[in-house]
Design a protein around this ligand. Structure first.
Ligand code: MG
Length: 388
């Protein structure tokens, strides 16, 4: 990354707060390129291919997975970062890592695991993403985790409850004192929102759970639907959908860039810490776009996330997570040997809460299909070992 092209308040290799375990400067890459590369080579990153957002992984080959979602977020985030002269490598690293801590089966899995862990400190996927990069990846001789730079970790932790924030030290401080993360973290968070709102429309249409008529109730969709139809009256199906969605994404990204440029201009930051001490985020949508987005989210919730076919899937998913958690809590010897080891060492350090945490780590790391298979292997009495 050429520092000369970055804004003064962008994060760069000189102003980074660095890594927990000091390491030599990379030879030909920047610090945040190294972070991004470590994330891409991690085990948790490869698992994203078989984890879902809304649909279960085996339901269709063309639906977004967490991997393709993360790549779409990175694409949107990098475009915004480049336009605002912010650190593209950092935004890419945050985008590719932001969902590493997600459980199998999307939000249904996370809610179920959070309920299982209620008495043991709960389960938050953002916190789990940080746990993956700070502790759970085992690849390096000298440290656990990936030893990422502070700013990459700060961006991964986009939400956190005050109780958990209090246990995290420097990285959790902003959730207690109401301060902001870097602009790179702020924009990646909103790039995530742009990506999933739009691709959930696309996947919902592809799955036949949504139709175009319903979608024209949504103002932002209707605006571009009418425009595309007036230019191309004979356009149908996939091409029509895509022509509408690409315009929606472009409008959201442009709105975000323009609104943020004017907020940054007003705040006039000189260094990254000026951003952190602002009372409000400087990367924002306009008030009008926030309204559009709210309407779109409400629509998706009502018509897609609560669709009975999705609900059937999420109900099964919650059961799988709950059953596995209970079975392992009842008898840890059902765990694979490596995880029995984690269970016992965590139990020794922090008692039952630690033991439960090691089970949550195991379950959260599962892909959709692994969780389904494990449920069968552990709990189906007619499933024989030969078919494992
Ligand atoms: Mg996401």
């Amino acid at each position: 990354m050429n520092h000369a092209s970055l804004a003064d308040y962008a994060i760069n290799d000189e102003n980074t707060r660095g890594r927990k375990h000091p390491e030599e400067q990379p030879g030909y890459r920047g610090q945040f390129q190294r972070d991004r590369d470590r994330i891409i080579h991690s085990t948790a990153f490869r698992r994203l291919e078989y984890k879902t957002q809304v649909f279960v992984n085996h339901e269709g080959d063309l639906f977004r997975t967490r991997l393709t979602h993360s790549i779409e977020v990175a694409q949107i985030a990098r475009s915004i970062a480049r336009t605002l002269r912010l650190n593209e490598d950092l935004t890419e690293a945050i985008a590719l890592a932001h969902d590493l801590g997600h459980t199998p089966f999307g939000h249904a899995g996370q809610d179920a695991l959070n309920k299982c862990m209620k008495e043991y400190g709960g389960f938050e996927h953002n916190l789990q993403s940080l746990r993956v990069v700070d502790q759970l990846e085992c690849r390096y001789a000298e440290f656990s985790g990936l030893n990422l730079c502070f700013e990459t970790r700060e961006g991964i932790l986009k939400h956190c409850s005050p109780i958990n924030a209090g246990k995290l030290g420097e990285i959790g401080e902003r959730f207690i004192n109401g301060k902001q993360p870097s602009l790179e973290a702020q924009l990646t968070n909103l790039a995530d929102e742009i990506a999933y709102n739009n691709h959930d429309i696309d996947d919902g249409l592809r799955a036949g759970l949504l139709n175009i008529d319903q979608l024209t109730e949504v103002q932002l969709f209707k605006r571009y639907y009418d425009l595309v139809v007036s230019h191309y009256p004979d356009l149908r199906d996939r091409r029509l959908t895509h022509e509408v969605i690409r315009r929606m994404i472009n409008h959201q990204v442009s709105d975000l860039i323009e609104t943020s440029i004017s907020l940054i201009r007003q705040a006039d930051p000189r260094v990254p810490d000026d951003i952190r001490h602002c009372d409000q985020a400087l990367i924002q949508f306009s008030a009008e776009m926030r309204e559009f987005n709210l309407e779109l989210k409400r629509f998706l919730r009502q018509n897609l996330y609560l669709h009975y076919k999705v609900h059937r899937m999420t109900t099964k998913a919650r059961k799988i997570i709950r059953d596995l958690f209970d079975a392992f809590m009842d008898d840890y010897r059902l765990l694979p040997p490596e995880h029995q080891g984690h269970y016992l060492s965590n139990q020794e350090k922090t008692g039952t809460a630690g033991a439960a945490r090691s089970i949550a780590d195991y379950i959260a790391g599962m892909t959709d299909r692994y969780a389904i298979g494990e449920h069968m292997r552990v709990l189906n009495p007619y499933h024989t070992n030969e078919t494992q």
